[in-house]
Design a binder for this molecule. Structure first.
Ligand SMILES: [Zn+2]
Length: 251
């Protein structure tokens, strides 16, 4: 497992924007508005798990859109404070020549170079919320529903259903297992094999492929054998089983 020193400030702001948009579409940018079935990158990502997930792409879009939109509407005043804070937090050296739009524009360009880091932090916050990733993938399913097997024979098993991957990459299994703390996300049983020898781990599509789900890393969770069997192909059950740091119920 690798560790990174997160700054969080930009990530929390960005995470809340993405959150509101996925659930409430306050800015009229549903994920399904951003992606396009005819785009080969999108096709690759719904078929084969990529480390740069569809959610990363959506967050990155938001990050730059927010900056450009704010600058367009109100000039640099509204964003420059955040840009400078962001550059400071990430330890980026910059010089602000004067208070002209040109100088501000240069700072914004510097700040945009931080996009991959800010996006990854934001992703790490949002990936923890399986109801959010379910809503995200539910929306992506609106695109997949309309895709025909005759148009995409290497991508779909039938109309609106993406092909199943027989093998998932180890980095994906490790990441999902770690996020889910080694517990079945429906019944909570321990799947680490420390307490429960022989337990079989299922990497489950939160939105089943039959319902327009896809193979993006954000659409997976771990389940035990029994929950996997009973969940069935037409059920998108998930829970947020988060360990709490201390309980108020005990002395
Ligand atoms: Zn279970």
């Amino acid at each position: 497992m690798s560790f990174s020193d997160f700054q969080f400030e930009s990530a929390f702001r960005l995470a809340s924007q993405v959150y509101l948009d996925v659930y409430e579409n306050i800015n009229e940018h549903y994920p399904s508005d951003l992606f396009d079935s005819s785009d080969s990158k999108f096709q690759q990502k719904i078929l084969i798990p990529h480390k740069q997930t569809l959610l990363h792409d959506y967050i990155a879009y938001w990050h730059e859109f927010y900056l450009d939109y704010a600058i367009d509407k109100t000039g640099y005043d509204y964003v420059i404070e955040e840009v400078i804070k962001g550059l400071d937090h990430y330890g980026i050296n910059y010089t602000l020549e004067d208070e002209s739009d040109e100088s501000y524009c240069n700072l914004v360009e510097e700040y945009k170079k931080l996009t991959p880091r800010i996006v990854n932090e934001t992703f790490t916050l949002l990936f923890n919320d399986k109801r959010l990733v379910r809503a995200f993938n539910e929306d992506i399913a609106r695109i997949i529903f309309d895709m025909k097997k005759t148009d995409y024979p290497d991508l779909l098993s039938k109309d609106g259903v993406v092909l199943r991957r027989q093998y998932l990459p180890q980095w994906l299994k490790d990441g999902v297992f770690f996020r889910d703390k080694g517990r079945c996300q429906l019944c909570g049983i321990d799947l680490t094999r420390l307490l429960n020898a022989g337990s079989k781990i299922h990497y489950d599509h939160i939105i089943p492929l039959e319902l327009g789900g896809n193979n993006d890393p954000t659409n997976f969770q771990i389940l035990c054998e029994s929950c996997n069997t009973s969940k069935g192909a037409r059920h998108s059950g998930t829970r947020n089983l988060i360990p709490i740091y201390w309980s108020f119920d005990e002395d």
